[in-house]
Design a protein around this ligand. Structure first.
Ligand SMILES: *[C@@H]1O[C@H](CO)[C@@H](O)[C@H](O)[C@H]1NC(C)=O
Ligand SMILES: *[C@@H]1O[C@H](CO)[C@@H](O)[C@H](O)[C@H]1NC(C)=O
Ligand SMILES: *[C@@H]1O[C@H](CO)[C@@H](O)[C@H](O)[C@H]1NC(C)=O
Ligand SMILES: *[C@@H]1O[C@H](CO)[C@@H](O)[C@H](O)[C@H]1NC(C)=O
Ligand SMILES: *[C@@H]1O[C@H](CO)[C@@H](O)[C@H](O)[C@H]1NC(C)=O
Ligand SMILES: *[C@@H]1O[C@H](CO)[C@@H](O)[C@H](O)[C@H]1NC(C)=O
Ligand SMILES: *[C@@H]1O[C@H](CO)[C@@H](O)[C@H](O)[C@H]1NC(C)=O
Ligand SMILES: *[C@@H]1O[C@H](CO)[C@@H](O)[C@H](O)[C@H]1NC(C)=O
Ligand SMILES: *[C@@H]1O[C@H](CO)[C@@H](O)[C@H](O)[C@H]1NC(C)=O
Ligand SMILES: *[C@@H]1O[C@H](CO)[C@@H](O)[C@H](O)[C@H]1NC(C)=O
Length: 254
């Protein structure tokens, strides 16, 4: 008679343990996110604009650290440090916040190369690094961010080629590469980004002179195409008129 009782009490015990473990796990995940944010605050040398990032025992309190933090289901999904005068390299541990889908670091003085640390943000959809002091090449494994929909690298000092690897970012809607120091070529493969709605390559005056590839006219969802002052030469492709969605076209100063 004792056997069934022992089994069921063992089950109950197991069940309670699992419950406790799963609770402890989510608790420690929240604590871990808060710890990463506090590490970020200290990395940024505790600037006055982050004085409201105050640690608390309540595990999701960092979700109220507005406007910099956005949470979804009590987990950090957005980090916005827009226009805050930061002059450091991008924090290499930024993607210890595993659930980030939005990173906006625009209008700062972030320096150094494009950080592969971003690749650890496997859910990243929106990356805005515009108006900074980043340089070097766009890495050829940038397609390690397959969910990217918005990529803004405008107004930096990136150089080299605009890499064909970009064509594998199939979800891209908006690609902003304006005002950099690209001194190589533009890949016709950009024409394969079938979801693209906005493309801005303006003010890349160091590009090797290039023809607008007919492949670009495959971009059937493209609404804005800006290639002002970027060394375009030759003729425009005869199929330009087939870009049915196109609303704005700026090819001035070429
Ligand atoms: C900690 O977070 C978990 C999961 O979000 C939640 O169930 C729990 O109530 C939180 N505990 C405290 C003390 O805020
Ligand atoms: C948030 O939680 C709800 C309910 O559990 C779920 O349906 C939704 O997919 C979650 N959202 C994210 C972004 O994880
Ligand atoms: C990230 O989101 C998933 C699903 O929404 C959730 O299970 C997980 O706990 C979150 N991660 C952290 C670090 O909170
Ligand atoms: C950035 O610097 C400008 C000029 O010094 C200043 O007016 C502004 O308040 C600073 N912004 C922040 C977030 O510290
Ligand atoms: C991604 O995170 C893992 C574990 O935290 C770390 O070992 C690795 O160096 C990170 N990768 C990059 C590219 O930062
Ligand atoms: C990036 O941020 C800047 C400044 O807020 C904004 O003008 C720009 O539209 C953003 N880029 C994208 C692709 O949303
Ligand atoms: C392109 O610019 C980079 C950075 O200024 C430079 O190192 C490189 O030699 C240039 N390449 C060419 C082909 O001019
Ligand atoms: C660009 O289009 C031409 C035909 O118009 C094609 O032969 C070529 O393979 C395409 N290039 C790429 C990189 O897709
Ligand atoms: C580009 O798209 C065309 C037509 O969809 C396809 O045949 C070609 O293989 C693609 N090229 C690349 C380089 O992805
Ligand atoms: C794109 O390029 C144009 C010039 O063609 C520039 O005036 C504009 O500010 C750029 N768009 C964005 C969203 O930055």
């Amino acid at each position: 008679m004792t056997k069934p009782t022992r089994t069921s009490s063992l089950h109950t015990h197991l069940f309670l343990s699992l419950l406790l473990i799963s609770h402890a796990n989510s608790q420690s995940l929240q604590d871990q996110e808060q710890a990463v944010l506090l590490k970020l605050k200290s990395y940024l040398q505790s600037p006055p604009f982050l004085s409201h990032w105050i640690p608390s025992t309540s595990n999701t309190s960092h979700c109220s650290w507005q406007p910099e933090i956005t949470c979804t289901n009590n987990s950090v999904t957005g980090l916005s440090l827009f226009n805050t005068n930061i002059t450091l390299p991008v924090p290499p541990f930024i993607c210890d916040l595993k659930n980030l889908s939005l990173i906006d670091l625009s209008y700062n003085y972030f320096a150094g190369e494009f950080q592969k640390a971003f690749y650890n943000c496997s859910k990243l959809q929106y990356l805005n690094l515009s108006q900074n002091s980043l340089d070097g090449k766009i890495p050829d494994d940038i397609d390690s961010l397959p969910r990217l929909q918005y990529l803004d690298l405008g107004a930096n000092y990136f150089s080299g080629d605009i890499l064909a690897a970009i064509r594998r970012l199939k979800e891209l809607r908006n690609l902003q590469l304006w005002m950099n120091q690209f001194n190589g070529s533009v890949p016709p493969e950009i024409g394969n980004l079938s979801n693209l709605k906005d493309l801005n390559l303006s003010y890349n005056t160091d590009l090797v002179p290039w023809n607008l590839p007919s492949n670009f006219t495959w971009l059937k969802k493209l609404k804005t195409l800006y290639i002002r002052g970027s060394n375009l030469i030759g003729e425009l492709p005869g199929t330009l008129g087939e870009m049915a969605a196109l609303e704005q076209l700026d090819l001035a100063y070429n």
